[in-house]
Design a protein around this ligand. Structure first.
Ligand code: ADP
Ligand code: MG
Length: 262
């Protein structure tokens, strides 16, 4: 946690988001504000819509109604009068540079070294020179504690190390907001800590983050607020100590108790 959030401006604002897959209403009126420097954790049972919400913010999915704003920029659409026109892929790709996303599966390129994985996007998408990209890449690998692994291929790295490379890769283009979707769920238990340490340090450095996680203690420690999702709705929202200690609704109580038993 940090003090920036107290007088921070909303940097991401989701207003009454609905998302369907066919007949299934997956997000059912989500309102969420993420302020600069703030960390919000999203918790909730499997299938409650957590990944879909992150994917909608990052425009990997198109929302059916509502609006998502990055500062004063409407994401994914251009609005004229009362109508919304979807943006083309190029515009969306530009908007997507506000966000860095880290998935459960690290998805590193197996034929590229750790350093090349971090630099690839800088060179291909941002057109940076090899030297400039490499300097940023080495800085970030050092930041995630992997300076000495720069020239190793993913197959030589543990799952925890691969995920730290994926975090460095997501940070490379200097996103304003980091989105984490269960970043430790694919890891052996003994490797979870090193990845959480990196995310914790990011939080302490003032990075604005939305984190989907099942790590209750971690969520409690790093989050300014916790949102509990159920069936596509935010059923509880507030400071972690309140939501995770004394949830109000029956659904939330059941979920929190089940998480504690894990
Ligand atoms: N691309 C998709 N097509 C159809 N249904 C989907 C798709 N993605 C997710 N869903 C469904 O949407 C619901 C929410 O999924 P998801 O956002 O992945 O939940 P969570 O991340 O909370 O586990 C689930 O019922 C899931 O099966
Ligand atoms: Mg998910």
């Amino acid at each position: 946690m940090n003090d920036v959030a107290i007088d921070g401006q909303p940097i991401v604002r989701a207003r009454d988001i609905e998302k369907r897959f066919g007949d299934l209403l997956v997000l059912d009126g989500i309102d969420l504000e993420l302020c600069e420097g703030q960390v919000i954790s999203l918790l909730g049972p499997s299938g409650s819509g957590k990944s879909t919400l992150l994917r909608c913010i990052n425009m990997l999915e198109t929302i059916d109604s509502g609006e998502i704003w990055y500062r004063s920029e409407l994401l994914g659409f251009r609005q004229r009068d009362d109508r919304y026109y979807p943006l083309g892929e190029k515009r969306k790709a530009r908007q997507r540079t506000h966000f860095g996303m880290v998935f459960q599966q690290f998805n590193l390129f197996p034929h590229l070294t750790a350093l090349e994985n971090v630099c690839e996007g800088l060179r291909i998408v941002l057109g940076q020179s090899r030297a400039v990209a490499a300097e940023r890449g080495r800085y970030l690998l050092d930041r995630v504690g992997l300076a000495e692994k720069a020239d190793q291929y993913p197959s030589m790295l543990s799952g925890g190390q691969q995920q730290r490379v994926a975090i460095a890769r997501a940070l490379a283009p200097k996103p304003s907001v980091m989105l984490f979707d269960e970043p430790t769920s694919a890891l052996d238990p003994e490797l979870v800590g090193e990845v959480l340490d990196v995310i914790r340090e990011l939080a302490e450095s003032g990075m604005t983050m939305l984190i989907v996680t099942h790590e209750m203690n971690f969520a409690r420690e790093v989050s300014d607020s916790v949102a509990l999702l159920d069936h596509g709705r935010i059923v509880e929202f507030g400071p972690p100590d309140l939501v995770l200690t004394d949830p109000q609704s029956e659904r939330a109580k059941a979920f929190v108790n089940a998480m504690k038993r894990k």
